[in-house]
Design a protein around this ligand. Structure first.
Ligand code: PSU
Ligand code: MN
Length: 307
């Protein structure tokens, strides 16, 4: 049950509320990937396919977005389709979630805002594609995603495919460690690089089953530790693009964005769009495969937690 103050700003879909009430498995899903991460109609098709993965694995999906002054937890296919075609949707991080609600503007939630919303709703597991991180050149731009601070403070297990190699992965792992975030490779020793199964970096921790991840979560909660657990799940082998093949495209996209003066919130969407063009759409197919793969693992973890 939401507090009365919160209920003015959050609407939980009946199916999601029902599962939460009985302690059933629920998986939160972000929406920035829909509005800023993929073109229409691949975005809505993917969002529906991702929800189907969660259901197949025995959990209830809750895609989260802000529409009409409410955080919707569980969008439903009509609202999903509407969001996927809307223009001028705000990309919401911690800094803008309340602004979108108080001003009535539509917004999609990034990893940070999805974690916040999930925690408010009482959802403990969340699946995304890749988290935001420390951008290349952050030593001068200071561009560090608010996702990393959120992971340090908000109690949600986040399943991702590592971080996009458009970022500085060494610095991203350093900041996660500073923020006290356990980064757990799922059945891998290497930190995954989104489109590629492995980066040049080892993953700090490793677990091989959903049950072990649930056990880590229970242990942290018993210790009263606040903050997230980041599960890094490599893209399936059949769908990956080897890191060597991606590097030239990434370097070109980053250089072009820099030359064009792209900044702030626009950086990640701009790079994703350019890389899609440079790979002739191959990066999109990989992106879709990895989000579905993450949704399935997140559902397995949610089932393990509920059991
Ligand atoms: N992964 C994708 N597409 C995306 C994102 C991740 O494949 O659009 C989004 C996520 O919502 C993530 C956000 O939280 O990019 C990070 O943005 P920024 O670097 O501006 O914090
Ligand atoms: Mn940024």
């Amino acid at each position: 049950m939401l507090s009365r103050a919160l209920a003015d700003y959050m609407e939980i879909a009946p199916e999601v509320a029902g599962a939460l009430k009985t302690g059933g498995p629920v998986v939160a899903l972000e929406s920035t990937i829909i509005t800023h991460g993929m073109p229409f109609p691949a975005n809505v098709e993917t969002a529906l396919a991702v929800e189907a993965q969660v259901r197949e694995a025995g959990a209830i999906p809750a895609t989260i977005a802000v529409i009409g002054g409410l955080v919707h937890v569980g969008l439903g296919p009509e609202r999903l389709a509407e969001l996927a075609q809307m223009h001028h949707v705000m990309k919401l991080s911690r800094a803008d979630l309340a602004f979108a609600l108080s001003s009535g503007r539509p917004g999609s939630t990034t990893v940070a805002a999805t974690m916040m919303s999930a925690a408010l709703a009482g959802i403990e597991v969340f699946a995304t594609g890749g988290i935001g991180g420390v951008h290349r050149g952050a030593e001068t731009s200071f561009d560090i995603s608010a996702d990393l601070a959120e992971l340090g403070r908000t109690n949600v297990i986040t399943v991702c495919a590592g971080a996009k190699a458009i970022l500085d992965l060494d610095k991203t792992l350093e900041v996660l460690e500073t923020n006290g975030v356990p980064v757990v490779g799922y059945a891998t020793d290497a930190f995954p690089a989104f489109w590629s199964r492995a980066s040049h970096l080892p993953c700090p921790l490793r677990l091989d089953s959903a049950a072990e991840i649930a056990s880590l979560w229970h242990t942290r909660r018993a210790l009263g530790q606040d903050g997230g657990v980041l599960v890094a799940n490599p893209v399936p082998e059949a769908d990956e693009i080897p890191a060597g093949d991606m590097e030239n495209h990434i370097a070109q996209a980053v250089a072009e964005a820099e030359a064009a003066g792209v900044r702030g919130k626009d950086v990640t969407p701009n790079l994703l769009k350019r890389i899609l063009e440079l790979t002739d759409g191959a990066s999109l197919a990989t992106n879709i495969a990895l989000v579905k793969n993450n949704a399935r693992l997140a559902a397995e973890i949610a089932v393990a937690l509920a059991g």
